[in-house]
Write a protein that binds this ligand. Sequence first.
Ligand code: SF4
Length: 399
Amino acid sequence: MTDAAVSAASTRRALSVYVHFPWCLAKCPYCDFFSLAAQRDAIPHGAYADAMLRELERRAADVGPHELASVFFGGGTPSLWEPKELGRVLAAISGAFGGKDVEVTAECNPSSFDERRAEELLRVGVNRVSLGVQGLERERLAFLGRLHDADGALGALRTALGAGFRRVSADLIFGVAGESPDVARREALTIAELGPTHVSAYALTIEPGTRFGALAKANKLPLLEEDLVARSFEAVATALEGAGFEHYEISNFARGGHYAEHNLAIWRGGTYLGLGTGAWGTVRRAGGLLRYRNAPAPERYLSATATAPLWEISELVSDAEHVDAATALSERLMLGLRLAEGVDLARAAAETGAPGWTRERERAAERLVRSGRLVRDGARLRIPESAWLFADAVVRELM
Ligand code: SF4
């Protein structure tokens, strides 16, 4: 990424907006996002949008004027939401904050995405679709609890590409029991050949509190050996890079400079307003950073958005904390070092108010540079791609 691209995306008063839509047709056994299984006609489409408009009006007045940098409808499965309701929320967000040519992403699942849905989403202003392909083998998709098969996934990807979205991203999960690195490579290539502008490829992780987490704890979940997961990561990366994608973040690949602008802003330390039940937000307030989470409880959300305190624990908010300077700097390192461009430590220190080059960090950086796991270029630190598999350990050492 060029320096111009780096500075263009880091305007001070920019604000991203994340909208959480919590419902899915079924709960996937590996998923630890806040999501609830529901049939489409049981979802309170209009009431949820109404509640969100109430929340938005109050939060926008509170944070004051900002330039809208990006909007991301995540979940859950936002493609289940009636597009006209999603559109009402999007129009209100655009009206509350100025912003030109803003990236607007909607996460979509193949089981709730077709030509009609694509047209409706385009019409209300969505210009980027992130499609949960996840895999291209029937048994593995079934193991992951996905409701679509390979044809459904590829068909949805073709539909998104043909519909006229400016950007189309596909999500892929690798490292699943029984999947060889070569299968992971071939799946990545099949997806790449269809022509998406972006691919997110994640190793399957087993999270506590999920069905897979419980099965793993009871030793009842088949898992792929760690070295095969690592080889799959390398195989997927090599395949996508060979197909013209830039590996710009550990799990993310873009073609033609079509980075995920919303995520990129957050990896670079940008602030974002979170709207909806279960949504997290981080905003600048009273000279510092404030992080909050809306209660992951739709019923409470529907009734509390008009009156409950916005930034304190309340019927609406289940978590709220000031992010101190040291934590803010640690987070900048943790997120920034996932990027190929790395992180400008001097700048991150100045923006967070925490000391950048402590004696311990100097020593840790020297050790890491000597071992080839870190590159130091002036104030900028980055992990070379050859060491991305060890990124967590590198970050821990620098903390
Ligand atoms: S569709 Fe996505 S958000 Fe919904 S349960 Fe599955 S992984 Fe989680």
